[in-house]
Design a binder for this molecule. Structure first.
Ligand code: ADP
Ligand code: MG
Ligand code: MG
Length: 871
């Protein structure tokens, strides 16, 4: 097997094998861009290494040696050459970017001898010893797992006792002493010595990077981001270039567009005379990339050229890491930049307008998981005017409007969340150990660091509101105290954070829902044009329907009529109907309910006008309408309301109680015993439709009979409803274009779909019940064990959240085939939670359904997922 690839042997398409970093380094190399030479050890090698005794095989070792020799030839340098000393970085890089999750070692190759060589070579001993110091720290941290704080604490103490302000003020002798102390730390903490042999350093570093694939942080990050655990990380070994070799040198990170807003302006930060992680770590506050123009006009010009080239080449916003060594620009990384949902829409639309990508590409760029973020609320303008400001000069790193109580460390934040609080994590800066705490916070605030700091990048990825670099705040994590110009705040204080402009306020501020912006509308429009599936909403209230319509839902896929009965006077009439045994009482109750229902449907149809509306006739078990047997007060009240004795009521409630109501007297079964119930509802629908039609609309009601398992049930009810409506329409002397269909939610219904087709105008798959009935998992109880099933690997994913393709999906497929064999254009839809789930939508698209229906706020997700499935 080929385990090692020189940078000129790979390309961008090989990211699974070379990792994202390696594949893009190779791609940039082949584009002729200034990339320091190097090679990549594949993710395959990593997985093999982890699967065996954690040993590099002979074959791997030989390939690494061979590529190292080639690197020496190519660069004309070696690990022991006085005049041409080779130093390398060892960089991890998995197929999917995992910022800050795994570790990088710089300056590898330095040792007691080489540091002298390096000092002579660069004519800058302080610089050489500083590089050695950094190597000791990173190597110790990554390879021997010595916490960085040991080194940092010592360095800080040394500076303090010797009255030295910044790292740059350290003299050669200072550094030599620090290095000796660092070596002692190796002994004390890890019981090991720092390996002097560069090759040994390299091999140990490679193994450490491989092993880091399985470290806790990486594991948590993968879980949070749905990244599979079997991919492995590649290792890149690359010749060092030095951004810390003077004031004509520097290092930086830039996005080709603004990752928070999407605005088409180069956006980034750099530090002069600095190395590697100095920018991202947020230790020194960096300068904006724009100021590079004044500092080094030529380098800036070259960088602009390269940035444009890369963006055009990849057809997407790039996140570029670069280093300048003595006035020469080097590229160390490029990747598609992480961005907020807002920026994602803006960039996708702009790239199409600039003629760089197609509409289809633009739609594919949208991460459906991030869409929720776009619909984030913002603070109410009036309430903001009243609010007391803490600071307004933070950097708006990730948008949103959040209120919560402040906590100074991730663990305390987690405990507060457990206790039901909303928290805001407040820190000087964040580090990868804070990941879990960050993900559960409403917002993250840091006093240091820039727009590309760890906090900023991770928060954007998670869609968590975030403000960084609040220089007016002094945050003391030990005292748990945050000081601002106007006072001090202690742990647990309520604050509000505006991630869109970087302002922070005292107390809670009211929020308003976001308005969908133009770029969002454009992507939605393109998605509607591209997708085959139509997207409907599950809705029955005015507010929900208006939301769905604002997202241009194609209609309503599910009106749940039982939701309309949980109002005092309606419930009373429904109870009267269920409990009484007398015909006249029943009829009286029904005619009351009829009037309520006509009003309900008029309200709905007036909003939906010409769009189709599926109304499901009553479905729930009767006991949901009954008073609670053991609640005497309620029983007495109901008996009074209905004018019957408490004893009689108690008797009837007993009669109607079921052992297993979800499998009991519900759905169509209810109508087989009480046909008048469905006739009344059908009548209400048609009367309402006729009323709204009179105002100029063409209402299209689709009457849906639930829980059908047998052809006879359906044909019986359908015939009765049709007869009833026929005479009704004659009486009203009008026409309504209604259809009658059934919900498919029992396995048996799927298997006899070819029969059901003859008695239905449409099917709608009720995936919640179908999943429940197929697995035999009670929807209301399964949570207790499903999580364990998933944890133990017995099932990959909760089937109530994402379609179980093998089982439930195969039933849906069977029903679809049976139906379409008889009637090629038979109308098929989905209602239920899975109608809003991207992975499930992909399946529904593949088998050729007509529409999916989901809750109104999920329509954008469903619409874009449907388009993505169709591309
Ligand atoms: P991460 O995945 O955390 O971004 P990288 O491997 O990209 O880690 O390394 C972090 C930083 O280290 C880079 O942005 C760059 O500034 C610096 N670096 C890595 N390799 C080299 C190199 N060969 N020469 C100079 N700096 C390097
Ligand atoms: Mg890193
Ligand atoms: Mg990087």
């Amino acid at each position: 097997t080929k385990y090692v690839y020189n940078f000129d042997e790979g390309n961008a398409s090989m990211r699974a094998l070379l990792g994202g970093k390696g594949a893009n380094l190779a791609e940039m190399t082949s584009m002729g861009l200034p990339v320091p030479s190097g090679f990549t050890i594949s993710t395959e090698a990593c997985m093999e290494y982890l699967a065996t005794e954690k040993q590099l095989s002979d074959d791997m070792m030989q390939q690494i040696e061979r590529n190292l020799e080639e690197l020496q030839v190519r660069t004309g340098k070696s690990f022991s050459d006085d005049a041409n000393l080779l130093l390398v970085s060892v960089r991890s890089g998995a197929a999917q970017s995992m910022p800050g999750m795994m570790d990088t070692i710089l300056n590898l190759g330095l040792n007691d001898v080489n540091v002298e060589r390096f000092a002579k070579l660069t004519n800058n001993p302080a610089f050489a010893y500083d590089c050695y110091r950094r190597l000791l720290q990173m190597f110790g941290n990554v390879v021997y797992e010595i916490s960085g704080s040991y080194f940092e604490r010592h360095l800080a103490k040394y500076k303090e006792t010797h009255n030295i302000k910044t790292d740059q003020d350290l003299q050669v002798d200072d550094l030599k002493q620090v290095i000796e102390k660092y070596k002692e730390i190796y002994q004390q903490v890890a019981g090991k010595v720092f390996p002097q042999d560069p090759k040994q350093q390299l091999l140990e570093a490679i193994e450490a990077v491989f092993s880091s694939w399985n470290n806790e942080r990486a594991f948590v990050y993968r879980n949070l981001n749905d990244i599979p655990h079997h991919g492995g990380t590649a290792v890149n070994v690359q010749e060092m270039v030095f951004g810390n070799s003077g004031n004509q040198s520097g290092t930086g990170v830039a996005f080709t567009r603004n990752p928070a807003t999407g605005e088409n302006i180069l956006f980034g930060e750099y530090l002069l005379n600095a190395q590697g992680e100095d920018v991202v770590a947020g230790i020194r506050t960096p300068q904006t990339i724009a100021s590079l123009e004044a500092a080094m006009p030529d380098v800036y010009g070259e960088f602009i050229r390269v940035a444009n080239l890369l963006e055009n080449h990849y057809g997407d916003m790039q996140d570029i890491e670069f280093t300048i060594e003595n006035g020469k620009l080097f590229l160390l990384q490029t990747r598609n930049g992480k961005r907020t949902a807002k920026a994602a829409f803006q960039i996708a639309v702009d790239l199409v307008k600039e003629g760089k990508i197609s509409k289809e590409d633009a739609v594919l760029k949208i991460d459906t998981k991030s869409i929720d973020q776009l619909l984030h609320p913002s603070f109410q303008v009036e309430a903001l005017k009243e609010a007391e400001l803490i600071t307004e000069v933070g950097l708006p790193a990730s948008p949103g409007a959040a209120t919560g109580r402040i906590y100074f460390d991730a663990a305390a934040a987690a405990r507060a969340v457990e206790a039901g609080e909303k928290v805001i994590l407040v820190r000087q800066e964040t580090s990868p150990e804070d990941i879990t705490g960050m993900s559960i916070s409403e917002a993250i605030v840091t006093s240091r660091g820039g727009m590309t700091s760890h906090a900023a990048v991770v928060a954007r990825g998670m869609g968590v509101c975030c403000v960084v670099g609040c220089e007016q705040l002094s945050i003391d994590e030990h005292q748990k105290l945050m000081t601002y110009p106007g006072g001090e705040l202690t742990e647990g204080t309520l604050i509000s954070v505006d991630g869109t402009n970087g302002a922070i306020y005292l107390g809670e501020i009211e929020t308003v829902p976001s308005e969908a912006e133009e770029a969002f509308q454009t992507i939605m429009q393109w998605s509607r044009e591209i997708s085959d599936l139509k997207i409907r909403m599950n809705a029955e209230t005015v507010a929900d329907i208006e939301t769905g319509l604002s997202f241009e839902a194609a209609g309503i896929g599910l009106v749940r009529t039982e939701h309309m009965f949980f109002k005092e006077e309606r419930l009373r009439e429904m109870r009267r109907f269920i409990i009484t045994n007398r015909q006249t009482e029943q009829d009286r109750a029904l005619s009351q309910i009829l009037n309520y229902q006509i009003d309900d449907f008029v309200e709905i149809f007036s909003l939906t006008q010409d769009k189709p509306v599926v109304v499901r006739l009553l479905d729930p078990p009767l006991h949901e309408f009954l008073p609670h047997q053991h609640n005497e007060q309620e029983m007495t009240k109901v008996a009074e309301q209905l004018g019957i004795s408490s004893n009689y009521l108690a008797q009837r409630v007993m009669d109607l109680t079921e052992v297993n109501p979800m499998l009991g007297h519900r759905g169509v079964r209810l109508a087989v015993t009480y046909p008048k119930l469905y006739l009344m509802q059908a009548e209400a629908i048609i009367r309402a439709a006729a009323q709204v039609n009179a105002t100029g609309a063409t209402v299209k009601p689709e009457i849906m009979i639930p829980l059908v398992g047998m052809t006879e049930e359906l044909s019986l009810l359908k015939t009765q409803i049709e007869e009833h409506l026929k005479s009704l329409l004659e009486e009203l002397d009008t026409q309504v274009a209604y259809t009658i269909g059934t919900m498919i939610e029992l396995p048996r219904a799927c298997l006899i779909a070819d029969q059901l087709v003859d008695h239905a105008d449409f099917f709608s798959f009720g995936t919640n019940d179908l999943t429940q009935m197929t697995f035999g998992f009670s929807r209301d109880d399964a949570a207790k064990f499903i999580n364990q099933y998933i944890g133990d690997g017995l099932m990959p994913i909760d089937p109530f959240q994402t379609l179980d393709v093998e089982g439930v999906g195969s039933l849906v497929q069977t029903a679809t085939n049976l139906a379409r064999q008889k009637q090629a254009d038979f109308k098929l839809g989905v209602c239920g939670e899975l109608g809003g789930d991207p992975k499930s939508i992909e399946f529904f698209h593949q088998i050729g359904l007509d529409y999916v229906s989901c809750s109104p706020y999920r329509i954008p997700i469903a619409q874009i997922a449907a388009a993505q499935s169709a591309i």
